[in-house]
Ligand binder design. Structure first.
Ligand SMILES: Cc1cc2nc3c(=O)[nH]c(=O)nc-3n(C[C@H](O)[C@H](O)[C@H](O)COP(=O)(O)OP(=O)(O)OC[C@H]3O[C@@H](n4cnc5c(N)ncnc54)[C@H](O)[C@@H]3O)c2cc1C
Length: 400
């Protein structure tokens, strides 16, 4: 299987050129940077010499956030370009693709609400992050359906609260250790409990510059996989914000959270399809080169069958993720239950495909001389991030 754009008919010359650029960037910049970061101490990203910054600068220089490239395209064509480019980024390095995607969250939130004042402060060239989960609240913070947990979070105290006093907001507490980009982000979309003085249980989404007095970040966490995506805790000690940084609350907050998951779920599926494609390509090549019993192992039916299963699963997960994104492209009523099918299918598929690739590499799979062990570790986290597959499935089931 070669670069995925060849599987998508009807692309313009410009679109092909953009996807080819993304492919080269993924191969020549993101992948080597991801490997270095995978093998470095997590806090190495804090140094200006970290390959993260070079990869991010090149990503911006090539316009791979697709802001300009999407201008003038129909919504469906812009979505198609996005899934083609994001698959390439996931094929290069899942962690970096994910990091650069998460980085745009604060700017996208400001733009989504048409908040010109906030769009001046929260821009697409910054590294942003999303803080929603907390030490005491992981799955239940994401459950906008309230089918698994009550809006009061089962009576367990929130770790992070924003209190309104007059025309000011004060943030106190912390977010979980899993704020992606946390240690390097300069801005945050903060989703948390909101005490507006009315006494009712409420939550709100806020845009927070992370250079304000009272903000502290933990060291980046030492993780199993996607180590080029750093995760950190963020602490708030009476951090003061103008009221204008409240983006939404109440029912609009709930709809916004649903919208975030509806976008993020197939988004994650597309990135991880790229990762699985990489594992498949490596396994196919290895199977044709590795000789056992006098023949390349590809000639053994058990190995061939494994490879076809991998190819089938990748193709199916890709088709589903793209279908969901297209159905939702200009749809005023996107459906979370449909979005969840893409994330659950894609991340489960990536786990199975990287595991099968690991098997095909035999003993070599476990060494860092081959990329397979990294791909398996990276794929492992997909079923947990942005909601565990079980929790997303249960939330989705409540809406059937
Ligand atoms: C790589 C990565 C990146 C992440 N990035 C971010 C980020 O940028 N920002 C952020 O805020 N968070 C982020 N997270 C956190 C992520 O959203 C949570 O880890 C996830 O939602 C699960 O929450 P938890 O870890 O607290 O697990 P828990 O909620 O404690 O769940 C533990 C187990 O219990 C199960 N479980 C929990 N509740 C139920 C239920 N009601 N029914 C059935 N089973 C249940 C879960 O499926 C899971 O198996 C990230 C996580 C990872 C791994």
């Amino acid at each position: 299987m070669s670069a995925n754009f060849q599987l998508e008919p009807g692309l313009s010359e410009t679109e092909v050129a953009i996807v080819e650029t993304a492919h080269r960037y993924a191969r020549d910049v993101a992948r080597p940077a991801g490997i270095v970061m995978d093998r470095s101490e997590p806090d190495a990203i804090l140094s200006k010499d970290s390959p993260y910054w070079g990869a991010f600068a090149k990503f911006k220089e090539l316009g791979l956030n697709l802001r300009e490239a999407s201008e003038g395209l129909s919504i469906k064509d812009a979505v198609r370009l996005k899934f083609l480019v994001h698959e390439e980024l996931g094929w290069g390095d899942l962690g970096l693709g994910w990091s650069f995607y998460a980085a745009t969250f604060p700017a996208a939130l400001a733009e989504g609400f048409g908040r010109a004042d906030l769009m001046e402060i929260f821009t697409y060239d910054q590294v942003g992050c999303w803080g929603i989960t907390e030490p005491n609240h992981g799955s239940d913070m994401l459950d906008f359906t309230h089918s698994l947990s009550s809006p009061e979070l089962g009576g367990v105290k929130s770790n992070c609260v924003v209190v309104k006093r007059g025309a000011k907001l004060f943030i106190n507490g912390q977010k979980s250790a899993w704020v992606s980009n946390g240690s390097v982000a300069t801005t945050m979309s903060l989703f948390c409990r909101y005490d507006d003085g009315s006494g009712r249980p409420n939550r709100g989404a806020f845009l927070v510059p992370l250079d304000l007095p009272g903000v502290k970040k933990s060291e980046p966490m030492r993780k199993l996989g996607v180590r080029s995506l750093t995760d950190s805790e963020i602490y708030f000690d009476n951090v003061e914000l103008p009221l204008s940084h409240l983006v939404c609350e109440g029912e609009v907050y709930t709809q916004t959270l649903a919208g975030v998951l509806i976008n993020a779920n197939p988004g994650m599926a597309v990135f991880i399809v790229g990762l699985a494609r990489h594992a498949f390509e490596l396994a196919l090549q290895y199977a044709k080169e590795r000789v056992q019993g006098g023949r390349p192992i590809f000639e053994y039916q058990a190995v061939k069958l494994k490879l076809f299963e991998m190819y089938r699963k990748i193709s199916a997960a890709r088709a589903l993720a793209r279908h969901v994104m297209m159905v939702h492209a200009d749809n005023p009523a996107p459906r979370f239950e449909l979005a969840a099918t893409a994330k659950v299918t894609g991340t489960q598929m990536a786990l199975e495909v990287t595991n099968a690739a690991f098997e095909i590499f035999g003993g070599n799979a476990q060494t860092t001389e081959y990329p397979i062990e990294k791909l398996l570790r990276d794929a492992r986290l997909g079923t947990i991030a942005d909601g565990t597959n079980d929790v997303l499935s249960l939330m989705a089931a409540s809406r059937l």
